[in-house]
Design a protein around this ligand. Structure first.
Ligand SMILES: *Cc1c(COP(=O)(O)O)cnc(C)c1O
Length: 445
């Protein structure tokens, strides 16, 4: 094996230790902005497309009627969680902690409702435009009419998923009338497969992990020219769908009176699987807030694909399995062994860092969030909770280098809660009890 294996970071990953990694390649935003392969205009284009579809979504998914068809979640202050985290390490947490409640996003109950639904809508729009059924100035509620459904029913949508992406793409595609197939990895929960089948989605179960499920989906889609493959490992459209969250967060921060500038840093902690969701949001937040936002990804100790790819500079050219890391984690939404092809390279210049979290700590923070704030998330959705502690305990050099060490009492920290709303009650209870038992075993994690 080659040299990179012997670096301390890679050795710690192999040893399944929790690490906090600060990205040595991060650059000032104005130095990289013009070199990025995507720009603000791409994000605005995605946002406009979602706005065009909003009346349709409000009509066909009644739970989106309250936001007029815009897929959005609350930003909430979580002072009791902040205290609980502070007590857990006996560490003062200056500034304020918030949660972005993507665990409650409508339609799919996870962050995947952003990217997944967006890419399906993009494809539907392209088909409808090309077939002369639609103009971009039309009322998109027309998409629910019989002749649209008839067109879409002649087209296939295929995706590979660990569960949540399949839910979001399956539900949206079936609603429009597409012939949709979801290839589910072995991590996928039973209830997710059952739910999709109940909506008329074809579910193919695999005994192997996410990478294999994606590959099988890709192969299937290649057999037919009417099939469209949503490639979670390399999709700019998914990425842009996620990025729109940044524009919405910007508005919410203004509404809450939260300032983000050189004296008021913003820290955002994003759970990472293949990297599309956290990468898209990071891209968007950098466009909006530039150097004043500091984005960190959170990965399971058993699936640290993004930090491995970035640290070794091999990106999607290396998988955690090649190092003997098993990719077995309770965080099914993050159980990915190889990162997206284009997200890692883009994150090289934008991302502040990545930290890894043990399954036990995800469970603990899941239970803590329920006790403190009454917010239920799935294990993946709890990975962002550790972020603020990591920055305060291990971020000294980072904060000094960015001249914000003295500004931390004015900092805003956002843990991005990425999923959980659709978890059945029984599983939700089991998650909670597991975390609660771990919390009672002791402090200092
Ligand atoms: C998919 C997912 C993520 C991460 O998104 P990626 O695009 O795979 O990085 C985070 N949390 C949950 C709950 C997810 O389902």
């Amino acid at each position: 094996m080659t040299d990179y294996i012997s670096t301390p970071v890679v050795q710690s990953l192999i040893a399944l230790q929790e690490i906090t990694w600060f990205n040595p390649k991060k650059m000032q935003f104005d130095e990289v902005q013009s070199k990025l392969s995507l720009q603000m205009s791409d994000m605005l284009d995605a946002s406009d497309r979602l706005t065009r579809f909003a009346p349709y979504l409000a009509q066909v998914f009644s739970e989106t009627a309250v936001t007029n068809g815009i897929i959005e979640s609350e930003l909430k202050a979580i002072p009791a969680m902040q205290r609980a985290l502070s007590d857990s390490l006996n560490l003062e947490i200056p500034g304020r902690l918030w949660v972005k409640c993507d665990n409650q996003l409508p339609i799919a109950g996870s962050i995947k409702a952003r990217g997944g639904i967006y890419e399906v809508l993009l494809h539907a729009e392209r088909l409808a435009l090309a077939n002369g059924l639609l103009k971009t100035s039309d009322d998109y509620r027309a998409c629910d009419l019989e002749h649209f459904r008839e067109l879409f029913s002649k087209h296939q949508i295929v995706v590979g998923s660990t569960g949540n992406l399949g839910l979001s793409i399956g539900i949206m595609s079936a609603k429009l009338g597409f012939d949709v197939t979801v290839h589910m990895s072995s991590d996928a929960r039973e209830w997710k497969k059952a739910l999709l089948r109940s909506k008329g989605v074809n579910v193919v179960e695999h005994t192997a992990d996410y990478g294999v499920a994606v590959e099988q989906g890709r192969q299937e889609a290649m057999q037919k020219d009417t099939a469209y493959f949503i490639d979670d490992e390399d999709s700019k459209s998914l990425f842009l769908g996620y990025s729109v969250a940044a524009l919405q967060l910007q508005k919410q921060l203004v509404e809450q009176g939260i300032v983000v500038d050189k004296d008021h840093p913003l820290f955002v902690y994003l759970p990472c699987g293949v990297g599309g969701a956290p990468g898209g949001i990071t891209f968007g937040l950098k466009q909006v807030f530039g150097d004043h936002v500091h984005c960190f990804f959170a990965e399971p100790t058993h699936s640290p694909c993004m930090v491995l790819g970035m640290e070794t500079a091999l990106h999607n050219g290396i998988s955690v399995q090649e190092l003997g890391i098993d990719n077995q984690t309770c965080a099914d939404g993050l159980a990915v062994g190889r990162p997206s092809a284009f997200v890692g390279p883009m994150m090289d210049s934008l991302l502040s860092g990545v930290y890894t979290v043990s399954d036990d700590n995800m469970y603990r923070h899941l239970a803590m969030l329920v006790d403190a704030e009454g917010i239920p998330v799935e294990p993946s959705g709890a990975a962002g909770a550790s972020g603020v502690l990591r920055i305060l305990t291990e971020g000294h050099d980072y904060l000094t280098a960015h001249q914000i060490e003295e500004k931390m009492s004015q900092a805003t920290h956002i843990m991005w809660a990425t999923g959980g709303d659709m978890v059945p009650e029984e599983e939700r209870k089991a998650y909670y009890q597991k975390g609660k038992a771990l919390l009672e075993k002791g402090r200092g994690f």
